[in-house]
Ligand binder design. Sequence first.
Ligand code: AKB
Length: 319
Amino acid sequence: MKQDRILVTGAGGQIGQVLCQALAVRHGASNILATDIRAIPSWQGAFARLDVLDAPSLTELTREWGATQIYHLAAILSAAGEKDPLRTWQINMDGFLHVMETALQLSVSRVFHPSSIAAFGAGIDLDRAGQHVPLIPATVYGITKVAGENWSYYYHQRYGLDIRSLRYPGIVGHQSDPGGGTTDYAVDIYHYAVQGKPFRCFLAEDTRLPMIYMDDAIRATLALMDAPAGNIRVRTSYNLGGMDFSPEEIAASIRKEIPGFEITYAPDHRQQIAAGWPRRIDDSAAREDWGWKPEFDLDAMTRDMIRHLSLRYSPQPQS
Ligand code: AKB
């Protein structure tokens, strides 16, 4: 079988940094081209500086690399997106259209495009967001995700492009930092706890959101991309579940490992975004179609996060 050649956009982001390492294990580091607008200090493999708004450079790089798959991760997230909605639309949508056009032009065999729980909004049961429900988001980021899902469906129906997508919940991981999201608190909280600092949470204590541990998110992404095309019955984007919790529940989970951990609550503009998102996700379509099953619950994630971050923050022995 021919070896896949993979191009990743937004590879320096929270998911990108971890996904590139996982792709390198799976396909060989020499087959992964990480691209981003900034250098990625953690990545030792091939790298090219790329602004996804620059369509000719994107196409040229894809051609030169001989990419058979593109993972398009470059995007502005929910909270950051609200600062400049039109710019967010431009980066998230034009960037994605450039990727799809490049993929068509160069016969790229598979494309991955992340959607998000931000695609959901008004008019649905937020306690169990279904796979096929009206999508009426309240953020520009959410609007770009819904539009992206519809474009994916269109490119698949009209041109047969094999494009696959997940509606990621908030992702929690120790390997990389999030940036500009509403769920970022669930990563920051561990960094504070491990350093013995009190944490001020920008969401209210009972704000429940769907979340997933990074290891599960990466496993889901690879499983979706590996699945036979015939199994992929959802060509907009699959709901993806991991766990769900509120700030007070994650704090309680941390206290099982670090009893003195302190948290206070000072909800800001992100509270309103979170309040419009689902509290729980129904991911039965992903489970049925390509065998999705998360491995980490809240306490397992907490133990793993604290173990890894403790190593990072512990003083290095003098040589
Ligand atoms: C965000 O908070 O914007 C992201 C997301 C849920 O898509 N983490």
